[in-house]
Write a protein that binds this ligand. Structure first.
Ligand SMILES: *Cc1c(COP(=O)(O)O)cnc(C)c1O
Length: 448
């Protein structure tokens, strides 16, 4: 079968995610036959370097032998069993490990099966905690502008990416939205830390005003990934933790994208030395293998649900594939690799390499900013470098970079006018050079 035959079959039966299907009249669909490390290969033997970890999920390459083995072994032992009333070794082992590697105080693990449902769980749990403890007025959530927490209605409601959200506005609960500490908007001469401290005043007044009716503040720690990889200083989270405590409001850390080493530390919250009340994990949790998510929380919150059944305080939420054994075994193998290969330490040289390789974009006439947090780097293409006026979104310039990447063996998938790199940790220095070189050519084409 060649690429074109495959494409015909696909388009007659499939409706793809996050896609205007009409685009595929001219934009080639990329059929992938197999994967190996950082490489994806199509039906005609063309290879693509996966510079975005297949939507930020893959950590240790495609078809990683160690994770493959773990899943194969589990497959011959137990493929799935319900997790209500029943239990299994991978679910318990993974919960124990997650408790030991996440910030102190996150002692309980509630599984779900994708990122958005983890967000739904955290929102419901926070609300329900306040109900159970007699704070009946707490029904709202505070979120940051430009944030993203998933696509299901609750998750969409607490996000702020208008492209995904506006159409569904009549269906969504209304959060209290506070301006993001996004360092791209700092004033000239201001550091990211100074900017974050200044922006925190807005959060502080929102808490002052709304704490009595607010369950939780939800944030993506350090990087707003779907919001064009905008970044902010860790000091913001330290201030937020302290102030949430003062005002008796929960803090939900959505580490679905930034967890598992993306920001340079295993979890982004570590850089602020904080423990959130809820931490949502998915994406890299299984090394990019299987859909699984986890909501970590404290014993204090757990205890508020623990009572006689007749008091109806239990958290009666479930998903069919909650805690799936295959997913848990992939996650266990992933955590083993982190430990055995000393990944966080080893990534430091990759982080430095990524920074050196992307520096050249600073001089580009149509690049306003090159930013990086750990293993995530982003290039902001603009129409005017001085005023930072963006290109009109209708011009779809990022798509030109995407097309150039595909023609030259690199999978880049810009978010609007922002080109970013979020590669698997098995990438080599030479492959970083290749990925950046192709991106630079793409930016030159897109801005000419
Ligand atoms: C991807 C993402 C989600 C949603 O996860 P899904 O598995 O796609 O539902 C939520 N929050 C953040 C920060 C994400 O990047």
């Amino acid at each position: 079968m060649n690429n074109n035959d495959f494409k015909q079959r696909d388009l007659s039966a499939l409706w793809h995610p996050c896609t205007q299907m009409k685009d595929h009249e001219w934009l080639p669909l990329v059929p992938i036959k197999k994967g190996d490390g950082v490489w994806l290969e199509d039906f005609e033997g063309n290879r693509y370097l996966d510079a975005i970890s297949s939507w930020w999920v893959n950590l240790f390459g495609h078809c990683n032998p160690r994770i493959n083995n773990a899943v194969k072994n589990q497959l011959d032992t137990l493929e799935h069993v319900l997790l209500a009333g029943f239990s299994h070794e991978p679910a318990v082992q993974l919960a124990e490990k997650l408790v030991s590697v996440t910030p102190d105080g996150l002692d309980k693990v509630f599984y779900a099966d994708n990122g958005s449902s983890a967000i739904e769980v955290a929102l419901k749990m926070s609300f329900h905690y306040w109900q159970n403890t007699g704070h009946k007025n707490k029904t709202k959530f505070i979120t940051l502008s430009n944030s993203y927490h998933g696509e299901t209605l609750g998750a969409l409601a607490v996000g702020d990416v208008t492209l995904y959200k506006d159409t569904y506005a009549p269906l969504l609960m209304q959060p209290i939205t506070v301006p993001s500490p996004d360092c791209y908007h700092r004033e000239s001469g201001e550091s990211c830390a100074e900017h974050a401290i200044r922006m925190f005043e807005e959060m502080k007044s929102a808490l002052e005003q709304h704490a009595h009716e607010t369950c939780a503040v939800i944030v993506e720690p350090l990087v707003q990934c779907a919001g064009s990889m905008r970044m902010y200083d860790p000091v913001y989270l330290s201030l937020l933790r302290k102030t949430c405590d003062e005002y008796n409001v929960h803090l939900i850390a959505d580490e679905i994208a930034v967890g598992f080493g993306r920001t340079g530390t295993l979890f982004a919250c570590e850089q602020s030395g904080i423990t959130p009340d809820f931490m949502c994990l998915s994406k890299g949790l299984t090394g990019g293998y299987l859909p699984l998510s986890a909501v970590m929380t404290t014993s204090k919150i757990y205890d508020a649900f623990y009572d006689e059944y007749q008091n109806l305080t239990a958290f009666l939420h479930s998903h069919s594939y909650t805690g799936n054994p295959l997913g848990c075994s992939a996650a266990l193998a992933t955590l083993d690799i982190f430990k055995q290969d000393n990944v966080i330490e080893k990534n430091k040289s990759l982080i430095q390499k990524l920074s050196q390789a992307t520096e050249q974009f600073n001089d580009h006439l149509y690049v306003a900013e090159v930013r990086q947090t750990g293993m995530i780097a982003a290039i902001e293409m603009v129409k005017d470098k001085t005023t930072r006026e963006p290109y009109p979104w209708q011009e779809r310039r990022g798509l030109k970079v995407y097309e150039h990447g595909l023609k030259n063996g690199v999978l880049l998938r810009p978010l609007g006018n922002v080109i970013y790199f979020m590669p698997p940790y098995v990438i080599t220095e030479e492959q970083i050079d290749l990925m950046v070189k192709v991106a630079m050519e793409g930016v030159n084409i897109a801005t000419s």
